[in-house]
Design a protein around this ligand. Sequence first.
Ligand SMILES: [Zn+2]
Length: 292
Amino acid sequence: MKRILQIFTGGWNQSLHSSSAIIERIQSIKKRMPVDGLILGWSIEPQLYRDVCDYCRSRSIETYLWLPVFSEIPTSHHPDPFVNLMGTPASVYALQEGESFEFFCPSSYRNRQILLDLYDEKFSECGFDGVFLDKIRSPSFVTGLNDVLGCTCDSCRQVFDAGGCHPKDLKELIENHPLQAVFSAQSFNPARGFIFENPLVRQFFEVKKDLYISAIESIVDAFQSRGCKVGLDVFAPSLAALVGQDLSRLVKISDFIKPMIYRKTQAPAGIGFEMEAMEKALPDFNHDKLPS
Ligand SMILES: [Zn+2]
């Protein structure tokens, strides 16, 4: 087992901690337990990272730059939006300053390039051993059902069409039938999540996983070709498929994954928080399929 410490330095333009405060924190934790790695990000402060990475290298602690991928892209670069089932951009859930959970299109080459350019210009010379990719997913039920059912921009829609589940059919299904019937769960497995009875809904979530895995794979490749190790932040296995994550495939393309098993977090990705949001979005959802 490896013990990896994760420290949020702030959003792109924030500066929450000094390098000496971070190093002191690592030293104080090291007195109580071994520290094998450090995840640090994502404020743009190259000198801070150089100082901390130098310290970590001398103590054999691996360093990873924490980078959000399909959310938090600086809007000054005009990223392509994530388009929900109703054809409008996904809603924003503002958690804290510098972290807005505003999601963007996973297929967009332009969005991918904004992230890689940002890395090349601001972070590639800081001395990190790798990157830790966060927000490699779609919006969740936290901003409502329609945001889970995307992206439906022209490029993503072509992927869903080719996979046999046209977003327009899904929209029609939802508009003409009670949600309880459309999203009736056939079964629930903690490792695989919900299996839905409706074939169109079931197929939608399968294709959504394909859409995200190919987008993530291309970004992972780009970082690996730059000599970076790659860690991935993922949802709890029981919820991952709903936001487009196929954990069995993600584990194969990365150096490690970190499932967010947050039982009591009152924020996106917290299991209780996400389940409450799901129940609110699908009020008549058949709860009997959930474990007690
Ligand atoms: Zn899209």
